[in-house]
Design a protein around this ligand. Structure first.
Ligand code: S3P
Length: 424
């Protein structure tokens, strides 16, 4: 797909449902008794992979344009799937479902696409094995395909080396089936959607500092879940609104959970004009965001804030490329093990557009302010790379061609349509 400089960016955009929350609604709804209704479910390929996996384990899930209905069968209602579970491109599906499968009285094999088969699974294999499950990486490389033999599980207190909500959630979900309390301590706090939603469904999850603890064998009850808009998807429009001269856009119904809102803090620290309107604190907090074109300056992004904006670092790189001065990103080695190696890919692609950026062991250094020009960009079939460069193209001279632009179906199928509405 070819993209060009934008001369205009105005209007409103309604952001589709949060990917992390949509996955969890399907999973917890499947393990609950009774029906769960999900509104504003994200119809992205990743969340559809989660639906497919639970259908294959005997859960009836109705997916209509209005809502999805999950007819849960309780904690012990899943049955052995007839075939290998396919988690597609979804790390969240793969890791969280592994925690659930660890506690089932059957054996399952799961795998996903080429990217999933390269992503590290040792981080969940280790704690789930400590709890008593038998997990094997079939190619012996600590990646999927994984064979998981469920077993009676023991409660453990696990100290994770990475701040990862996928690791934390996998352990908490296995903890539903354990013989005692299960605790996870992480170096800094990662997104807490599992803790919030598990409690909403009737589980007992307690959080203190960077430790989350879950009591086993709760009775989960089906609920109505209203999924807020995904701040990770809103991030592309936040950047577009800040970067395109004269822009003013209203981004509706965005989840602003404090474990996810690092992009807002960073954009403001860079000089971005963002106003929160209609803030609501019902369950997961939400707001409308009014974003106006701003002159940005470089900053350092490091430490505890990193897990709260880990998925937004590619688009923060684009903002930094257009900011005056230097932006330094540190403590973000996790970028190397996302859907693509996002340090290498961002450095190569932004260099190709004329940006002065160098990669480091755990991030990048960007000397911003040089004008960007069009280039040929390979998304590496990474949705966040494709969307980041669609936004970079709005402020670049000449054409930008993005190969693999259809990767956006993973988290934001209507992304280009929504973008076009604002630029025309
Ligand atoms: C997610 C957690 C994060 C994030 C991913 C979604 C989740 O991954 O990057 O897009 O829904 O729990 P890690 O747990 O690997 O940091």
């Amino acid at each position: 797909m070819i993209f060009q400089k934008a001369h205009h960016l105005k209007g409103e955009v309604i952001i589709p449902g949060d990917k992390s929350i949509s996955h969890r609604a399907v999973m917890f709804g499947s393990l609950a008794e009774g029906t769960t209704e999900v509104l504003n479910f994200l119809q992205g390929a990743d969340c559809l992979s989660t639906i497919d996996c639970f259908r294959r384990m005997g859960i009836s899930i109705e997916n209509t344009p209005d809502h999805i209905l999950i007819h849960g069968k309780g904690l012990h209602g899943l049955h052995k799937p007839g075939a290998i579970l396919d988690t597609g491109n979804s790390g969240t599906t793969t890791r969280l479902i592994s925690g659930i499968l660890a506690g089932q009285p059957f054996e399952t094999t799961l795998t996903g696409d080429a990217s999933i088969q390269k992503r590290p699974m040792r981080r969940i294999m280790e704690p789930l094995s400590m709890m008593g499950a038998d997990i094997t990486s079939l190619h012996g490389n600590d990646c999927a395909p994984l064979r998981i033999k469920g077993a009676p599980l023991h409660g453990i207190h696990y100290h994770s080396k990475v701040a990862s909500a996928q690791v934390k959630s996998a352990i908490l979900l296995a903890g539903l089936y354990a013989d005692d309390t299960t605790k996870v301590t992480e170096p800094t706090v990662s997104r807490n959607h599992s803790e919030i939603m598990l409690n909403y469904f009737g589980a007992h999850v307690h959080t203190e500092g960077t430790t989350a603890a879950i009591h086993p064998e709760p009775r989960l009850q089906g609920q109505k879940v209203c999924v807020p808009g995904d701040i990770s998807s809103a991030a592309y429009f936040i950047a577009a609104g800040l970067l395109v001269p004269g822009a003013e856009i209203l981004i509706r119904n965005v989840g602003i959970n404090p474990t996810r809102d690092g992009i807002l803090k960073v954009a403001r620290a860079m000089g971005g004009d963002i106003t929160l309107l209609n803030v609501s604190h019902n369950g997961e907090p939400t707001a409308d965001l009014l974003v106006k074109h701003s002159s940005l300056h470089g900053i350092t992004v490091e430490g505890e804030i990193i897990p709260t904006l880990i998925d937004e670092l590619p688009i923060i790189n684009v903002m930094a490329a257009c900011a005056e001065g230097t932006t330094v990103i540190k403590d973000a080695a996790e970028l190397k093990v996302k859907e693509s190696n996002r340090i290498d890919v961002m450095v190569n692609c932004l260099n190709a557009m004329g940006c002065d950026i160098v990669g480091t062991e755990d991030g990048m250094v960007i000397h911003g302010g040089k004008p960007l020009h069009g280039a040929v960009i390979d998304s590496h079939m990474d949705h966040r790379i494709a969307m980041s460069f669609a936004i970079a193209s709005l402020i670049a001279d000449g054409d930008t061609r993005i190969n693999g632009s259809d990767a956006v179906t993973i988290s934001y199928p209507n992304f280009y349509k929504d973008l076009l509405n604002l630029t025309h």
